[in-house]
Design a protein around this ligand. Structure first.
Ligand SMILES: [Zn+2]
Ligand SMILES: [Zn+2]
Length: 160
């Protein structure tokens, strides 16, 4: 892992392998849901990633497993993760949904790298949500703030 990779991983709180498996099991148990191998496997993969992944990204990561997860099961698991609040969806510029387990509980923006096309969750945006409220006309209630910043990720910036 080079320096930029390391910095990116730290920033988005990616977890190394064994820790990710352990955390995945703990998270699924903590919401009282049924534990299945595909749920634990996909959630661990998302925890390990540190960036938002598409269905296809995930498919590629699990298709060489001893017990591969088929397309339909993967779609179902991803929907379940999003509906249960363990992960969230974010649409990329191509309108394809990415899934992320980072910053799930708090409002936050996303970062898209224009060079490698990867998407990352940004830090909690309490200040952003507050200033959005100030920008709203009287009597309006905002429910969601969606912000996507484009630019170069640490890895691509270092390579330029
Ligand atoms: Zn990049
Ligand atoms: Zn996010």
């Amino acid at each position: 892992m080079n320096h930029a990779n390391e910095a990116a991983a730290r920033h988005s709180a990616a977890l190394p392998g064994p820790l990710a498996e352990e955390r995945a099991h703990r998270l699924i148990r903590s919401i009282g849901a049924r534990m299945t191998a595909p749920r634990a496997r996909v959630l661990a993969e998302l925890l390990r990633a540190g960036e938002a992944l598409t269905h296809l990204d995930l498919q590629r990561r699990v298709e060489h497993d001893a017990e591969p997860i088929d397309r339909v099961t993967l779609y179902r698991v991803l929907d379940w993760l999003a509906d249960s609040g363990l992960a969230h969806r974010v649409a990329g510029p191509d309108r394809v949904f990415r899934f992320s387990v980072h910053s799930t509980a708090v409002p936050h923006g996303h970062f898209r790298c224009v060079h490698c096309d990867r998407m990352y969750c940004m830090k909690e945006a309490g200040a952003l949500a507050r200033s959005m409220r100030e920008m709203l006309p009287d009597g309006f209630t905002g429910e969601q703030v969606e912000v996507t910043v484009s630019g170069l990720c640490a890895e691509c910036a270092a390579a330029h």
